[in-house]
Design a binder for this molecule. Sequence first.
Ligand code: NAI
Length: 480
Amino acid sequence: MVKICCIGAGYVGGPTMAVIALKCPKIEVAVVDISVPRIKAWNSDQLPIYEPGLDEVVKQCRGKNLFFSTEVEKHVSEADIVFVSVNTPTKTRGLGAGKAADLTYWESAARMIADVSKSDKIVVEKSTVPVKTAEAIEKILTHNSKGINFQILSNPEFLAEGTAIKDLFKPDRVLIGGRETPEGLKAVKALKDVYAHWVPEENILTTNLWSAELSKLAANAFLAQRISSVNAMSALCEATGADVSQVSYAVGTDSRIGPKFLNASVGFGGSCFQKDILNLVYICECNGLPEVAEYWKQVIKINDYQKTRFVNRVVASMFNTVANKKVAILGFAFKKDTGDTRETPAIDVCKGLLGDKARLSIYDPQVTEDQIQRDLTMNKFDWDHPLHLQPMSPTTVKQVSVVWDAYEATKDAHAVCILTEWDEFKTLDFQKIYDNMQKPAFIFDGRNIINMDKLREIGFIMYSIGKPLDAWLKDMPAVA
Ligand code: NAI
């Protein structure tokens, strides 16, 4: 029986391995992590991450051919294929701080693999890593190998949070990069055979190691670039009276462009886009390509601009001050159908409003109070470290309350900001919300999910990203 071990039981390691176990009943899959609470949660009824469909997959195979364990070394030493899916945060100190990927966790995983291995292994990079990481890992493994043969493969993950199970069941493509030697090709085939249990052969692409590593960074940069492009247009739409939804529809019907990822919003978030672009920028700089680096940097600059612009709109519309005013925040996760708040635009928007002394009442169907308080007090990039190394949340932000109901959040509020596109927000009783708010009552829709005309009829003053402005807002320019 082939044995797989995955180091890192996070958003990628957990769902990916659960699907491999489901689709390959003859393969034994162990997912290991240094975080005891995380593994405990994977073994309980309350999984550590929320993903539609994940519970069912885990329930079907846990205890049969899928195991979650903290016995990292034991499972690694027994495995034929070791996936590494640990954190690769942005460095906060030293060379490349604020840009380069911090490979501390990756390196320590690699050294441990070398230490405990007694048989030949295929080591698979699942984490997103800088180009040429495989070469570094290969060096660590071969210099400590005691005669054991290691083959390194790059198999970046393209799943999107919120649709992870759907994406894993039917991936657009699986990408496997390996050495073009006989041993390398054999290893690529072994991993291909795993995916071939459910992915059509023509959707499994094989490349050399560096192309696979770079493709992941490139794919994320292209996706984020589309969002920043439409967000840049949204600012122009507001200035000219065009409607960004109409513009993006017209643009997206061009088959060369396509309609996906063209929704204007308060900005992109998530654990990957910013981190991976910063990493790409750093790699370009290190390779003497400052113009290319500058080009990709703009994608992040526009994203920051969009968040600042949103905060400025809120403050400017409300007579240039939100001090002591209650502002309801609907949605904190970086997108719907996930509880993940890493790099969510809600953090920057909330911090911006708190900077102007607002009182915030936050509701998100999947994010806990503890998580929100942590996010609002944590330093940039601290979130991307294993849980036990993250700072506890020593202080709480007093002007923030977290409630479990949208009506409670909006009661007596001066304004509502919609920051995540949860479906339930579309069907709220806005007449009831209006009746219970202070007047004038404002709604700032950062996701363009509610019908502006209906809300205007009720009496709200509305702002929706990239849409023609209310007369009220026109008189109050808010330039970031
Ligand atoms: P995560 O933070 O949810 O999970 C990483 C896990 O690795 C943590 O539970 C941590 O405790 C564990 N870990 C760290 N060092 C370890 C060690 N030495 N031994 C055992 N366990 C260790 O991170 P996530 O989101 O799963 O991301 C992992 C990688 O996958 C990152 O490189 C990320 O960029 C990439 N990725 C993430 C995607 C996403 O949507 N979250 C999508 C595609 C790639």
